[in-house]
Design a binder for this molecule. Structure first.
Ligand SMILES: Cc1cc2nc3c(=O)[nH]c(=O)nc-3n(C[C@H](O)[C@H](O)[C@H](O)COP(=O)(O)OP(=O)(O)OC[C@H]3O[C@@H](n4cnc5c(N)ncnc54)[C@H](O)[C@@H]3O)c2cc1C
Length: 388
């Protein structure tokens, strides 16, 4: 039996942020981290962006946390909140005072294709895709990961085809004219877009892989990569009897329904007055801020988490930051300085701003937060001309 004061399950960005915050608050308390990943903690966003554009692989490593006992390649398999113990898959039992579940999520998979499909999430996935020598890549999914990867791969000279069910690239997120512009940009950069399409079959074709769409188009590829979203990794929490609902339910202090058990990051469903009810956010700022908040609270701070996370994405020479809900089914009002290059899109629900997309505009996240929080009254008819 190993005794520790703080046990962190999950060695992603959330777990790392928590360990760093605990160490700041408690210089000597023992911290143990169990991480199913073979690698020490690293930053995920560069895996679909910077690393393809010349950033060195070493740039992803997160800074070491002093006196952190990291058990990489070790999975927690059982949690007992009453005896305050966790068992790992190496047969060891860890007794803790406080535990953080920062287990993130597992990529959704297709029912076929097996190991021929790279479900892109980890550094190992990046290395596998990077090692592919052939030029033909099929990207399945038109969300954040699929779009970023398609852009990054095209920029490195790959022949990329994208398959996604929406009628236009980003149609669920951006207003129709911006989605159409994005589609044109991808096409100009040589990405073949198969919009309104789903994958019906994936089969070996010699060394290559054949991907057949529901409409009967066949693409032969040297690599098939998918970004179909994630499922929060709640198995450990559910088996321990913790409240879960598409994520581990936490209170304002990021504590779960079991005392002493915290959850944060992609896996946590947290209360947010500003974002409306209980939400789960799968973005870096949420991972880092919740990791830090959970870490401080595990070390005794008892602070409410009220941060409104922002998120960002890069696609070729386009990039944005955003706050709140980018749901294209909401009413949208756009204010462009330069059409589709620099501007703001507001997502409205009546007179409430639910989301702000800062397209090509940086450093305005706090102002966007104020708008989404409803702290700044808006005049709807003036939004279109809101940019100075
Ligand atoms: C390729 C990529 C690009 C991204 N780009 C952006 C971006 O541009 N902007 C943005 O805002 N966000 C981006 N994100 C999202 C952001 O990186 C995530 O929100 C963040 O990494 C989530 O961190 P996490 O630690 O909560 O979860 P994860 O990263 O999923 O980490 C959880 C860790 O826990 C481990 N684990 C799970 N179960 C167990 C267990 N039982 N025992 C031990 N270990 C376990 C897993 O192996 C994993 O290492 C990107 C994500 C990816 C994958």
């Amino acid at each position: 039996m190993g005794d520790t004061r703080y046990l962190i399950v999950g060695g992603g960005m959330t777990g790392h942020a928590a360990a760093a915050a605990i160490r700041e608050a408690d210089p000597d308390g023992p911290i143990t981290m169990l991480s199913a990943d073979e690698e020490r903690p690293y930053s995920r966003p560069p895996l679909s962006k910077g690393l393809w554009l010349g950033k060195p692989e070493e740039s992803v490593w997160l800074p070491d946390v002093a006196r952190l006992e990291l058990r990489a390649g070790t999975r927690a398999v059982a949690l007992d909140p009453r005896s305050r113990t966790v068992q790992d898959d190496q047969g060891e039992t860890h007794r803790y005072e406080k535990v953080l579940l920062a287990t993130g999520g597992t990529p959704r998979r297709l029912p076929f294709g097996g190991e021929r499909v790279i479900y892109f999430r980890t550094l190992a996935d990046y290395r596998r895709l990077r090692a592919v020598e052939g030029k033909r890549v099929v990207v399945i999914g038109g969300g954040f990961i699929g779009s970023e990867l398609a852009a990054a791969l095209a920029a490195t000279g790959k022949e990329v085809a994208m398959i996604f069910p929406e009628k236009a690239l980003g149609a669920r997120v951006y207003p129709a004219d911006l989605a159409a512009f994005l589609g044109r940009t991808f096409a100009e950069k040589g990405v073949r877009l198969l919009a309104g399409e789903t994958v019906a079959a994936i089969e070996p074709r010699g060394e290559a892989t054949a991907v057949r769409t529901a409409r009967g188009v066949e693409l032969v590829a040297d690599a098939v990569v998918a970004g179909l979203g994630i499922r929060p990794d709640t198995a450990l929490a559910e088996a321990a009897g913790l409240d879960c609902a598409d994520g581990i339910v936490v209170d304002e202090r990021l504590e779960t329904s079991a005392p002493g058990v915290f959850a944060a990051g992609d896996v946590a469903r947290f209360p947010s007055v500003v974002l409306g009810g209980r939400v789960r956010v799968e973005h870096e700022d949420a991972a880092l801020s919740q990791g830090r908040a959970a870490g401080r609270n595990m070390a005794g701070a008892a602070e409410p988490y009220r941060h409104v996370p922002f998120f960002y994405s890069d696609l070729f020479d386009l990039g944005y930051e955003a706050v709140g809900s980018l749901d294209a089914s909401l009413e949208t009002v756009a204010s462009w300085k330069t059409p589709f290059r620099e501007g703001i899109v507001y997502y409205l629900d009546g007179d409430r701003v639910r989301g702000v997309l800062l397209w090509g505009i940086f450093g305005q996240v706090d102002a966007a937060r104020e708008l989404v929080a409803g702290r700044v009254p808006i005049v709807k008819s003036a939004l279109e001309h809101a940019l100075p």
